[in-house]
Design a protein around this ligand. Structure first.
Ligand code: ADP
Length: 392
């Protein structure tokens, strides 16, 4: 069976066509600048790459183009071959505790959470409506970034603020990257043939979050009401004292929204190093002795290490630590810096085993008290698997 896994942004649409149950990627691609000047798309399949400029007025036009390309290039021989479309949806509030078959009524319910994910949710929903229009007979499934975290207990997801903020306005920790953390748990539990694992999953890419998982259920995660909370990221600050916001507003004359924008887009590795949000650039500068790049790297590693130690306590001893996403999969330097900072837990890195990029591997020593694995994440596959389950 062929399933399309889709991530629609406000001006982009990313897709992967996956064959199941073999899990083979048949084609993947990206439509960019939708609704803007200079829109274009790239499709990769069978070792070939198509890149075309083309006017893409809206998401429906992009979906029609995608279908035309799939047929013209014989990637599929007929539309009936596409049995389902799975959509990444950022926010399902507290309501969506599982991936869900989508129809107009469900979309209306999801729209209630647009104000909690204003940058992503409306775009994700627009993507769903485009597929409903172009492929009206094909079922659509919503896979939410928030659902995996819905097993958190009140004492973990509540903030110590007036309780009415939660009951009246939904102020609580939701958590994100759930599809990735769920994929990582599934992969490691299948590999170790255990479904009772206590895992600290570290998703560290441009965005980043940690998740404490016990027997497949989330106990706690670092992102919060929005993705701004938790560890230091590429451009996001992670946790800070909220009093900084009105203080800097007064100093700069900026609005709250502008300061929050600075915390989302001009902070983290970029803000501290003053060089880049990209771990590779910061690493190059640090290797050349740039003091702020070194500071940024140290801060980045330490904040992750601190949360690992905290989650080890919360889980009363983790069985496994996993690292994934852009930094976790590719940066041996950052992996080493993080693991060196959790030596109090008896965790030790094996430098020879750590010398690689982008594969599933154990990187800790044999006598490390907690094994550490690098596991490439695959949110697209997780979305396709959920879609297959729901439509079968
Ligand atoms: P996103 O959160 O956007 O999905 P990714 O998981 O794709 O991000 O991660 C992208 C980030 O991974 C880049 O911004 C870069 O900082 C980091 N990265 C990729 N390769 C390396 C590397 N070799 N060394 C350090 N950082 C890397």
């Amino acid at each position: 069976m062929k399933i399309l896994s889709v991530n629609a942004g406000s001006s982009s649409l990313k897709f992967t066509l996956i064959e199941l149950p073999s899990r083979e990627t048949i084609a993947s691609g990206l439509f960019e600048k939708i609704g803007m000047e200079g829109s274009f798309y790239t499709i990769k399949y069978n070792g070939e790459k198509i890149q075309k400029e083309c006017s893409l007025k809206d998401h429906s036009v992009a979906v029609s183009k995608l279908i035309d390309e799939l047929l013209e290039n014989k990637i599929v021989t007929s539309l009936e071959e596409i049995e389902g479309v799975g959509h990444r949806i950022l926010h399902g509030g507290s309501e969506f505790t599982e991936s869900t078959l989508l129809n107009e009524e469900v979309l209306k319910r999801i729209e209630k959470y647009n104000e909690l994910g204003p940058l992503h949710n409306p775009a994700n929903i627009m993507g769903v409506r485009a597929f409903m229009k172009v492929l009206p007979k094909v079922p659509n499934v919503g896979v939410f970034d928030t659902t995996f975290h819905q097993t958190m207990k009140e004492e973990e997801f509540l903030y110590p603020v007036p309780y009415e903020w939660y009951t009246e306005y939904g102020v609580r920790k939701y958590g994100f990257h759930g599809t990735s953390h769920r994929f990582i748990y599934k992969t490691i539990s299948e590999y170790l043939k255990r479904d009772d694992l206590k895992v600290i999953s570290c998703h560290i890419g441009n965005g980043g979050s940690l998740c404490a998982i016990n027997s497949g259920k989330v106990v706690d995660t670092t992102m919060g009401f929005t993705p701004l909370a938790g560890i230091m990221m590429g451009t996001r600050s992670g946790d800070i004292d909220p009093s900084i916001i009105p203080f800097v507003m007064k100093k700069t004359g900026k609005s709250a929204e502008e300061i929050v924008n600075d915390l989302n887009k001009k902070s983290g590795l970029l803000g501290v190093s003053g060089i880049s949000s990209d771990g590779r650039d910061v690493e190059d500068a640090a290797n050349n002795g740039d003091a702020r790049a070194i500071l940024a790297q140290n801060m980045y590693a330490q904040k992750i290490a601190n949360y690992i130690a905290m989650y080890n306590n919360l889980l009363e001893g983790a069985d496994v630590i996993t690292l994934t996403a852009g930094v976790g999969e590719n940066s041996k330097t950052m992996r080493k810096m993080i693991i060196e900072r959790i030596k109090s837990l008896g965790v030790k890195i094996d430098d020879d085993k750590n010398d690689f990029r982008g594969e599933f591997r154990l990187i800790s020593t044999e006598d490390s008290k907690i094994p550490v694995y690098v596991i490439p994440t695959n949110e697209e596959l997780m979305i396709a698997l959920d879609t297959m389950d729901l439509i079968s």
